[in-house]
Design a protein around this ligand. Sequence first.
Ligand code: FAD
Length: 635
Amino acid sequence: MLYPEEFDVIVVGGGHAGTEAALAAARMGAKTLLLSHNIETLGQMSCNPSIGGIGKGHLVKEVDALGGAMAIATDESGIQFRILNSSKGPAVRATRAQADRVLYKAAIRRRLENQPNLSLFQQAVDDLMVEGDRVVGAVTQVGIAFRARTVVLTAGTFLDGRIHVGLDNYQAGRAGDPPAISLSARLKELKLPQGRLKTGTPPRLDGRSIDFSKCTEQPGDGMPGGTTTALPVFSFMGSIDMHPQQMPCWITHTNERTHEIIRSGFDRSPMFTGKIDGVGPRYCPSVEDKINRFADKESHQIFLEPEGLTTNEYYPNGISTSLPFDVQYKLVRSMAGLENAHILRPGYAIEYDYFDPRALKSSFETRAIQGLFFAGQINGTTGYEEAAAQGLFAGINAALQCRGEETWLPRRDQAYLGVLVDDLITKGVTEPYRMFTSRAEFRLQLREDNADMRLTEEGRKLGLVDDARWDAFSRKRDAVSRETQRLKSIWVNPRNLPATESERVLGKAIEHEYNLADLLRRPDVSYQSLMSLDGGKYAAEEGATLGATEIEQIEIAAKYSGYIDRQHDEVQRAAHFENLKMPADFDYSQVTALSFEARQILGKHRPETLGLASRISGITPAAISLLMIHLRKGG
Ligand code: FAD
């Protein structure tokens, strides 16, 4: 049956990429349909019930700054929050939260169900409708054909998914969910470049069978015994009042006996016996991989993380495994506190298809098929946060295409999202890609705390940011700007500042005139201490008193201004070639001064700008100079 309504955007898949894609497109006014296997699993966390972490938390804040759902859903479902690297510089500070799985899914579903312009439909998609080189819709398992101007595919680990437990394996999308076999076959037929990756998950444990008295308690921030007294909040629109009850995690360790048990299962490991070909995430290895690779390490820390407030299920973070169940059973029970642990769900590995992201344009539209966008794990990434950020991005660009507008792509110095997209389309992946702060060359300006300052204005222009967020943001931005100006305009000098006050707040008497903004640049001077100077003479007027987030912005901008200005100069210097557009029909074979290899690579990748070209593996700075000369000469 041909469904009687036509859509602007169809999103296939209701995971973290799909839900953000559908919400973003609909927020921008596109008539959107989210097609997924099962409405009950929208926003499901396939693996660990946690959101954020270093690099990943940065992405979540950016999604939030653009009006996305992940951060606020985490505020509504988070049962433990922590600021990682809290004693380090602001660039690498990151929020991580343990979420109640059920509450998280409910928070996402509520947003989907209440989003204007968005319809949901439960069915597996088996086929894509393609006319010429353009996608025009999707066909479900029972033959319902939905027509649309664009399709965003976010099928996660489901495409030709195969689960492995020991030497046993079967087809599935993840445990308990069906695989997408027909769709995978259809994509292969379309000859999009494809490969296999794998990821894994640990067995889940029944908390009633864990002896927590033998484990070390790990409270979250804001809990008794936590690193800080303040309870973190993820969303710029969130508050601690949204958080449900907070819970501790627990720590136990593997030991020599655990390692022996694991080694005894190597001959039945699908990884070591060649049953799995797909490459797994290096930074999130299975426990058998860790024991194999770091043979001299006597023990590994295992975090026991609660899965929610209404379940006894625990996620033992650190023992992801695809070893046979009898080995899993013994290895779990070899650890302190887990001697009698009951496994609720076995651990497993899953192999799945991914598609080479170098075959995507900078909008995430496939170069081969117009109107078809890919986002999430299908692009070779791993992680909820990476998926959510890509989903939002593809949803935006699909909606823009429907409006006949140009692609939106944040720059590498503007957002981790820019780094993520740029890395994927220029370098591709050799293993599941995850975000790290080290991937960003301009990380001092890509902080969690200023994600809204970097992106909310753009989000508003795109139509992603609602009035409530815009008002809150505008108030914050204006307050920061007013106060920064005020600090720059107030001058203190040895004549009008008593030496005792100067010594108390600044550590020593000032020798000449300074403005307050200059004084705030000193490492040991805080905004609050400046405001206490000389009996509070320089404090902001009542009513203009600032909140903690505004003060944080003012302090960081002052203290790191030297570095930030330098990074800004670097960006400016590169700008002359970064945004130089490469004509879509550019004939690289004409640039005979380029090496044959460079001409081949560029001809295959067809980068849209010289900046993107410069980051493709195998393209040297010399090749970029040659191209620049060629373009300037007018081809
Ligand atoms: P998914 O969350 O997989 O969602 C895909 C969605 O698409 C689902 O709703 C599915 O039902 C739907 N769908 C698929 N095909 C079709 C179709 N044909 N028709 C209709 N609907 C369809 N990440 C980490 O960061 N660390 C880890 O250690 C880790 N381990 C993992 C272990 C396992 C076993 C699994 C399964 C995942 C793991 N992940 C891990 C990855 C994490 O789950 C994903 O990165 C993230 O969920 C990807 O989001 P996504 O939206 O791309 O896809």
